[in-house]
Design a protein around this ligand. Structure first.
Ligand code: ATR
Length: 290
């Protein structure tokens, strides 16, 4: 942990609630490993106060923050400059303040990219299924657009949201994009990769999966669940039983933090240091009791 003194730069995570956030642990560990004089703190903000958020950060000379549920969309209108990928996703999770100018980014996008790179998964030319159409699905869909997939199939309980996300993607990328409902099992066969982006299967609902008949996904090469608690969701177990390689959302969570840290400090973190801190983070999680 950094020795806080008169020169310590303050960062934090804004949300409500923030007491379960792992970001303070990750960022303070990175700061200590890299010998950077900063402190990263939880900043719980009430809904009634969120309209003044950016002015408050500027007033207190806070250098940057992450933004989490439920403010990732609300903050956009208060920012001075918003990265165009964050606009496309419609959510900001990282803010940097330089000379009283507030910049907004979405590092969830980079987090997914880095998590896939680590697994050597290349999406180019693939047909990809996205299960869900919420905030996380939007970041996955933009990542797929950047990765030049052949086709996206977006499946969601509320079909309208899947349709809207398809429209957004088609406006920005020259890829085929189709919306679907959970009953459309016939289209599963053409998918090589699937991303599970809903909250179904999250602790404590360990037995739930959005996919009731996994056999239709047996042709997949790779599946990712963005949930990280539990480490192995029912969806992942179902895929593994058919021999499909899976990962959970832990690497994405960690790598969105790495990208935010890099933006704030204007540095590139060495892969070795990143891996070292990641192992420490996983050990820390292993020591926590649910
Ligand atoms: P996040 O930002 O984590 O993606 P979100 O924007 O609230 O959260 O999106 C949650 C996603 O999980 C949505 O796709 C949601 O489906 P709807 O758009 O139909 O609400 C999906 N989801 C959550 N609970 C669900 C449930 N019980 N059955 C089906 N889908 C569910």
């Amino acid at each position: 942990m950094t020795n806080i003194d008169g020169n310590t730069h303050i960062f934090g995570v804004v949300g409500n609630p923030v007491n379960h956030s792992f970001s303070p642990y990750i960022h303070n560990l990175l700061a200590a490993k890299l010998n950077i004089n900063m402190a990263y703190i939880p900043l719980a903000v009430k809904k009634t106060n969120v309209d003044h958020l950016i002015d408050s950060l500027k007033t207190l000379n806070i250098y940057g923050c992450n933004v989490t549920v439920p403010y990732k969309v609300d903050v956009i209108k208060q920012l001075d400059v918003v990265d165009k990928k964050a606009i496309l996703i419609g959510a900001v999770n990282t803010i940097k303040i330089v000379d009283q100018v507030a910049y907004g980014y979405n590092t969830d996008l980079d987090g997914i990219k880095k998590a896939l790179e680590k697994q050597k998964v290349n999406l180019e030319g693939k047909t990809v299924l996205i299960i869900g159409a919420g905030g996380a699905a939007k970041a996955v869909a933009v990542m797929c657009g950047d990765a030049n997939v052949k086709k996206l199939i977006i499946m969601n309980r509320t079909r309208k949201k899947a349709k809207e996300l398809c429209e957004t993607i088609k406006k920005s990328y020259e890829i085929d994009c189709e919306d679907a409902s959970y009953e459309d099992t016939h289209i599963f066969g053409e998918c090589q990769v699937a991303f599970q982006t809903t909250s179904i299967g999250m602790h404590p609902n360990l037995l739930s999966s959005p996919i009731k008949e996994p056999k239709y996904l047996s042709k997949l090469d790779f599946a990712m669940d963005i949930i990280y608690n539990p480490r192995e969701t029912r969806f992942m177990k179902d895929m593994q039983e058919m021999g499909i390689k899976t990962i959970n959302g832990l690497s994405m969570l960690y790598n969105q933090a790495i990208s935010a840290f890099e933006i704030w400090q204007d540095i590139t973190i060495d892969y070795e240091i990143s891996e070292l801190v990641y192992r420490d983070f996983v050990n820390y999680l292993d020591g926590l009791v649910d």
